[in-house]
Write a protein that binds this ligand. Structure first.
Ligand code: FAD
Ligand code: EPU
Length: 352
């Protein structure tokens, strides 16, 4: 059992990339699965809320957290060479970008398009991270999940992970009382470069190497998205809307919105473009504002509160709804005093 005196408020400012100055009752770094199990059991028996975080790069703490924040640092990478491929097992507390660099240095290619995405491996699976034409689901074989209720492990094969755009089964069914422990990744030895449309202007298709793609993407990303060490942010605050063809055609007839047809017939349109065309460029609420080079990214200029960020996000949401009749869906997770808060409790989420 945790005794009250065991608790002292501890700052979360350096553990969330928005750099919101909030506290948790206790912050514990875990390096082993056993310590994760022990802490979650103690919290359960003491009826204290707990939450697992990687690098805190996809969350917004709305207030002080009245429980234990468990920072996952369970690390380890195993690599097996097969005739045609590489099989990797990566524990969930490894940093994603470190894995991209490590594999590239070992001549294991295929992760380069996801360079510089912050966060840990476990969260990469939950979020199905994506950038420049590659998503986590494209290289995932399976995900290992631990139930913190009864300590049972389940290996979930890719086809049962329900991966979709910034979504997976780990956001719903396995959201509560579950921890991602590790993931299986398969990378083919036959390397195919992925040149997403937004890369075409930057990359010469001649003598293309994975290193060139890696370096180009790192350069573009550094220009567009601020480094959270200098300016607080959580990457894209909202997802790009994915709408029906009919709705997209109506909008495209009126405006030249960048759009990307999806395999399922729906159309993804640029949320950043929508924000840019809502006369919101210079809006600032306290220290919360929009990043000029990439409008899906909301930033904490210095000492913004979560309420300021939220107020800004709500204004953006309302403006887009009013002008384009599109309800933006947040990409990030919101965390209140006792745990995660459904975005639909904060924003009016409409389906198209
Ligand atoms: P956290 O924010 O720590 O956690 C996210 C959620 O997962 C929380 O709800 C947490 O409780 C839960 N969680 C974390 N670990 C576990 C675990 N082991 N078990 C169970 N639950 C867990 N995303 C993209 O997809 N593409 C991008 O290009 C991209 N660019 C970004 C750029 C910047 C500058 C920033 C700040 C963010 C960007 N993101 C991007 C978003 C973010 O990097 C990803 O969502 C990332 O996967 C979050 O990892 P994290 O470890 O920081 O997760
Ligand atoms: N655009 C604008 N204005 C903006 C932003 C974008 O007009 O402010 C238009 C431009 O035409 C641009 C196009 O949209 O060419 C695409 O922009 P960008 O390449 O920056 O990509 P994005 O769709 O805005 C998504 C992801 C990013 C990911 C990039 C790269 C989402 C919500 N965001 O952004 O992921 O890095 O693609 O592929 O899907 C994240 O998830 O946190 C994140 C940063």
């Amino acid at each position: 059992m945790y005794k009250k005196k065991y608790f002292s408020n501890q700052s979360l400012k350096d553990l969330n990339t928005f750099r919101i100055d909030v506290t948790a009752k206790k912050i514990i770094f875990v390096k082993t699965i056993q310590s994760l199990i022990n802490i979650s059991k103690t919290c359960q028996s003491s009826k204290i809320p707990y939450i697992i975080l990687g690098e805190g790069s996809n969350i917004l703490f709305l207030e002080n957290y009245a429980g234990v924040v468990i920072i996952n640092r369970i690390k380890g990478i195993k690599i097996i060479e097969k005739k045609d491929s590489w099989l990797l097992y990566v524990f969930s507390g490894e940093r994603w970008h470190d894995l991209v660099k490590l594999t590239l240095n070992l001549g294991i290619l295929g992760l380069e398009n996801l360079a510089l995405v912050p966060g840990c491996i476990g969260s990469a699976a939950i979020q199905n991270i994506g950038a420049y034409g590659l998503e986590f689901k494209d290289i995932c074989q399976y995900v290992d999940v631990l139930s913190l209720k009864n300590n049972t492990y389940t290996r979930i094969k890719k086809k049962f992970c329900k991966f979709s755009y910034r979504n997976s089964i780990f956001k719903k069914k396995y959201n509560h009382e579950h921890a991602i422990i590790g993931v299986g990744i398969k990378l083919s030895k036959l390397w195919h470069p992925i040149i997403f449309s937004s890369l075409e202007n930057y990359i010469n298709p001649k003598n293309l190497t994975a290193y060139k793609i890696f370096n180009t993407i790192c350069t573009i990303r550094k220009k567009k998205i601020p480094n959270p060490k200098n300016i607080g942010n959580a990457g894209s605050f909202f997802k790009n809307p994915v709408i029906t063809k009919k709705k997209a055609q109506q909008l495209i007839r009126l405006y030249k919105i960048p759009n990307y047809p999806q395999k399922n017939g729906l159309i993804k349109i640029s949320g950043g473009w929508l924000i840019e065309h809502c006369s919101l460029k210079n809006i600032q609420i306290g220290d919360a504002t929009i990043h000029k080079q990439q409008m899906l990214v909301l930033i904490n200029k210095k000492s913004a509160t979560a309420q300021e960020i939220l107020k800004l996000a709500k204004i953006i949401h309302r403006s887009i709804l009013k002008k384009f009749n599109i309800s933006l869906k947040p990409e990030i997770d919101f965390i209140g005093q006792l745990g995660k808060i459904e975005p639909s409790k904060i924003f009016k989420i409409k389906n198209y």
